[in-house]
Design a protein around this ligand. Structure first.
Ligand code: ZL4
Ligand code: CA
Ligand code: ZN
Length: 393
């Protein structure tokens, strides 16, 4: 038996919109909005909603989306129908506009509603933080870090993270953005490239020409010009296949700890992309649910108001495990919930193994070879610490 109680002294808010989860990118597309339904099912079967303020969020308005995205892009996004999907053979004349309608960012039924709901959850989360009505605000439907001002990219159409950080900046002088998705958080980095009021830190698999999006090298630290306040305010942690919990956790605590001490943010935006877990359909790392969650626990320990965003994650049962576990960390129940997935969990058979913490062997038949040497990881840490000497607050 276990008890889920409201955390003492702080508030966690959970922002979701079940209508968003009914959208489909296409039969074999890796992005499955349904993973959010599976996540909510696990969160609920563990009793976590009792410990949080739960909000059914509204759709973001056109004007809200326009606070980052350009009108010409948004107008096309509103109008574009699945029939406009460029098809090489059937519609040879149709061009791909704003990178919309390719295989990564298809035009599907209800696309604009899907985008405005995702943005709505993140904006609501940001407003709860700004109003001090929430200490940790959870928006698993957001985290779409690749979207650009005038372009869709990598399954992302609207950059809900940028919209949410813009809200935080109304109240907070400095915001720290941390990104543990296996892909580089290029859209967020680019959006705040010229300001020192947001510092971005992305951990990702880096292999230009072989792994999307190909940016985020160790030396990419913001504009090179000394007169640009954004210089040195982008930190990139490029990694290779097969990194383990132990290595990742040590690296994460070292780097995020040092950034926090130097930069002194007053709020944190943490993108929790679950494609960095072992066994992910697109990912390459060997992280377990515990190692992924340790990053959330560490950020929470810094004692700052924080938004938790979703992001990537292409093996739905593991996405649900990670985000449910991270919800339990937010409410401080992670040491109290049982490791065995509750009997009454809807779609329980979907989890294959009945544990919240599958082993590497349960996650994939053959664990990936670890291509991260201790020497290289030390070089990365040294470079980051060198960059931080240029950062003042
Ligand atoms: C798919 O099976 O690396 C899309 C995308 C659709 C269905 C059938 C079409 C088959 C894998 C990916 C053709 C697919 C060709 N379907 C996809 C350079 C690429 C051009 C597109 O987690 N092809 C592009 C984007 C990445 C590329 C990753 C991560 C988002 C996030 C935050 C975005 N794009 C090569 C790939 C499939 C598909 C199977 C796919 N696309 C895998 N990696 C990409 O960071 C949410
Ligand atoms: Ca990342
Ligand atoms: Zn990703």
């Amino acid at each position: 038996e276990y008890n889920i109680v409201r955390p003492k002294g702080y508030t966690v808010s959970f922002h979701a919109q079940p209508e968003m989860e009914k959208h489909h990118f296409g039969q074999t597309h890796p992005m499955k909005p349904w993973r959010l339904t599976l996540t909510k099912s696990l969160v609920t079967s563990y009793g976590m909603p009792f410990a949080m303020d739960n909000y059914l969020t509204r759709e973001a308005t056109y004007e809200e989306l326009n606070s980052f995205h350009s009108r010409d892009y948004l107008e096309y996004l509103v109008m574009a129908a699945p029939e406009d999907q460029p098809r090489d053979i059937e519609n040879p004349d149709k061009e791909v506009k704003f990178n919309l309608g390719g295989s990564d960012c298809p035009l599907f039924h209800g696309l604009y509603n899907y985008c405005s709901m995702s943005a709505g959850t993140s904006l609501d989360a940001a407003r709860k933080i700004c109003n001090k009505q929430s200490d940790i605000a959870i928006a698993w439907g957001g985290g779409l870090h690749h979207a650009k001002k005038t372009e869709a990219s990598g399954f992302c159409y609207i950059n809900d993270i940028v919209l949410a950080i813009l809200q935080l900046l109304r109240i907070h002088a400095r915001v720290l953005y941390v990104d543990i998705d296996v892909h580089h958080g290029d859209g967020v980095e680019e959006a705040f490239f010229s300001t020192d009021r947001v510092m971005t830190v992305s951990f990702h698999k880096y292999q230009p020409d072989y792994f999307f999006p190909g940016t985020g090298g160790l030396d990419d630290n913001g504009p090179k010009s000394e007169h640009n306040p954004g210089a040195h305010h982008a930190i990139n942690v490029p990694l290779n296949d097969g990194i383990t919990d132990e290595q990742y956790e040590a690296l994460f605590k070292n780097i995020v700890g040092a950034v926090n001490e130097r930069y002194r943010p007053s709020a944190i935006a943490l993108q929790c992309g679950a494609d960095s877990l072992a066994g992910d359909r697109l990912g390459r790392f060997n992280l377990r649910v515990q190692g992924h969650g340790a990053c959330v626990r560490y950020c929470k320990s810094l004692g700052l108001p924080m938004i938790l965003f979703g992001g990537g994650g292409y093996t739905p049962r593991n996405v649900a495990r990670a985000w449910a576990y991270e919800t339990s960390i937010a409410i401080g129940a992670d040491t109290r919930i049982p490791e065995t997935i509750p009997e009454h969990t809807p779609w329980r058979e979907h989890f294959v193994h009945d544990t919240l913490f599958p082993t590497l062997e349960q996650s994939m038949s053959e664990p990936r070879h670890n291509r991260n040497s201790e020497k290289r990881l030390r070089e990365i840490v040294a470079h980051v610490h060198e960059q931080l000497r240029f950062v003042s607050h």
